[in-house]
Write a protein that binds this ligand. Structure first.
Ligand code: GLN
Length: 278
């Protein structure tokens, strides 16, 4: 008899052997998807028998996970700000770290025209649209495949967004009260050191910040003031060691009240800048 407990243990062992860090947890996420059960269901009856067909699907998914494909791409889902986002290999998987940026931007978002540069799955701009009352939302990405995902999420969450396919600001017009961005910020030479899940399966376009990782911040700092109204804000996610550099880029570009904000584990995570009014 094939039992749930047996199948979970077997999956955990297979993932551990493949070098997956969170083997038990990942086996759980995939089991919940394939067998349609919650953890409570499991604890109430760990030795429940499972169906052949569901087991076959689970085995295929565990094999894919053992090849270091992130489980989020296998179940096509990631939660962010309490909302469910569709994801596939064309977009970065939304990270909890990025919620810090959203929480900060939420304080200014009501009645604002907001632009999201490098929107990916759309997790930032759609969270702001769902949780606040902005005047308008505009989302930019260079990748048409990523924009397809963001559009699907906008439909699912029923948030109206104007999408622009553009290499940074090339095709952007108009002015905004807020710019938010989690641009690619990993220096090219550091990408080699990332986990296989990230370097082999997440889109390189979403990760590679070129040379020293600051390429997109230079563009954002230089161009943003053309698109921001007076008293407008910019919120930028950064790598933990990029705070001072990005702060300086914004100050050199004429931003005032530039602050570095930490994430929950205490690492620098967001730089906020304000364009001074008259
Ligand atoms: N804005 C998206 C996110 O925060 C994508 C970011 C990116 O592709 N660099 O997840």
């Amino acid at each position: 008899m094939i039992t749930l407990a047996g199948v979970l243990q077997e999956a955990e062992n297979q993932l551990l052997q493949a070098g997956v860090e969170e083997a038990k947890l990942d086996a759980w996420y995939l089991a919940m998807e394939c067998f349609g059960i919650s953890r409570t269901d499991y604890y109430m009856n760990p030795n429940r028998e499972i169906e052949e067909e569901q087991y076959a699907r689970f085995k295929t998914m565990i094999e894919a996970r053992a090849k270091r494909i992130p489980y989020q791409y296998l179940i096509n889902q990631q939660e962010f700000m309490g909302l469910q986002f569709y994801v596939n290999e064309n977009v970065l998987i939304p990270r909890q770290d990025t919620e810090v940026l959203v929480e900060l931007a939420m304080k200014q978002a009501d009645d604002a025209d907001i632009l999201d540069m490098c929107t990916g799955s759309g997790c930032i701009i759609l969270s702001l649209g769902k949780l606040c009352k902005p005047k308008s939302l505009t989302a930019v990405d260079i990748s048409s495949e990523a924009l397809e995902v963001a559009k699907k999420n906008a439909r699912n969450l029923e948030v109206p967004v104007t999408f622009i396919e553009s290499n940074v600001f090339d095709k952007v017009t108009g002015t905004y009260d807020i710019i938010v961005s989690n641009p690619p910020y990993i220096p090219t030479k550091v990408i080699e050191e990332l986990m296989p899940e990230v370097k082999e399966h997440e889109p390189m376009l979403a990760l590679d910040g070129l040379e020293d990782g600051l390429h997109f911040y230079r563009i954002l700092a230089k161009e943003a003031y053309k698109y921001l109204r007076k008293d407008g804000y910019i919120f930028l996610e950064i790598g933990h060691n990029q705070g001072e550099d990005v702060k300086n880029l914004l100050m050199d570009a004429g931003f005032t009240e530039v602050n570095i904000v930490k994430d929950l584990p205490g690492h620098d995570r967001v730089v906020v800048g304000k364009i001074q009014g008259d």
